[in-house]
Design a protein around this ligand. Sequence first.
Ligand code: FES
Length: 117
Amino acid sequence: MSRYVRVASVTDLPAGGSMAVTVGERRVALFHTERGWFALDDTCPHQGMPLSEGHVEGGCVTCAWHAWTFDLRTGAMTFGDFEGVAAYDVLVRGADVLVAPRPRAAGDGQDLPTARR
Ligand code: FES
């Protein structure tokens, strides 16, 4: 198993918030919602804007620029299926928020929550 990367303290990101973090060479959007913690590639596949600045509601993030919307668990678009972003597993251990160093393979965890509290 790959080593997870510590990206934040739980106090860095209150529930309802999102932030960009670095996981190795990747820029990842970290989300803390009432449903738990989630991580997606931060780059919107439409025109490259940061999803960490998007609007989160109902388990999805909507890009702030042109409103493409992605499921926080899987990175799949919530309308159509022509694009998506990579999703990462997130663990919370004590006060540390950890993100997997590589995204899940497409189709992994489609029905499972990405994050654990
Ligand atoms: S850059 Fe995200 S929807 Fe256009």
